[in-house]
Unconditional design. Sequence first.
Length: 363
Amino acid sequence: QPPAAGGGPDGGSLAGGGETFGDRSLSQGLSVLVGLGLCVTMLGLGCAVELGQLGQQLRRPVGLLLALLGQFVAMPLLAFLLALIFALDEVAAVAVLLCGCCPGGNLSNLMSVLVDGDMNLSIIMTASSTLLALFLMPLCLWIYSRYWINTAVVQLLPLGAVSLTLGSTLLPIALGVLIRYRHPRAADLLVKISLWSLLVTLVVLFILTGTMLGPDLLAQIPASVYAIAVLMPLAGYALGYGLATVFKMPPHCRRTVSLETGCQNVQLCTAILKLTFSPELIGSMYMFPLLYALFQSAEAGLFVLAYKMYGRDSYKQDTLGEEEDTDISYKKLKEEEVADTSYGTVTTEEHNSIQMEPTQTAL
């Protein structure tokens, strides 16, 4: 039988604190901050996407397939199983499911750079999962919330509002793609701004939420929720690496897929919780994506540290072995560019004679 509404001692309840969220001025201010942070994040994501990369991925949609399997098969199932294993009540379970069904986040793009991953693959996976979320995230929520269907919070689960929130993210993404197409330098700047805004927004949200709910907030959250916040991103990283291994991808792509799978868009999850649920229902359930963000960042940081200490030498060897087969390296592009602009070279022979010799133009 599904657990009764209101929770119990085993799973604990995250619903406490709804009265404080009822403060209209603080709640509205928090909603504005969440909405602005999400728009900046999605704008930065759009600015990182190039139309040429999209065309290439459509011809060989490995990134799209991995984003589909990682974000909308592996992670929702993982969230559902963890909610069952730890016997969460319905409010905590919905928070965990929402986070597990979210698409990939911008944090993975930054971490992929730090572990010498495939940046193009990372961006395409993030963008693809964000677009797929418009249809697949409500579907996953509907499927996995059936276990708690007899509870009030699931019966009031606003799947239409979730879809509306997801749809609203398409406009800043499209604007970012347009900026990248017409003003590449401005797009590069906006990508950096979006990454910094991700960090600043999460810190401000954590501080404001802690202030609104009081100093006893962290003590009210049960140990099982903390355990899931620790285990879920860690298991996501492992699942992503396993998926990439099954597809026989090179090591730097495996690291990229691993980070993409474990890093969820916690800003989107926070926005959905804040903008689609009433303050009485949301309570301290709002804190789970922030806890997830804290632990996913810490674990990704350990991942980067371990790579910097033990894995970078092997990456350099792999790069040297693949350099001859790489036709898109910056060095080769520069050589071809110089070759194209040369019409002849001057050579000096014996007796100080000078002769013009044509050079073959590189194609």
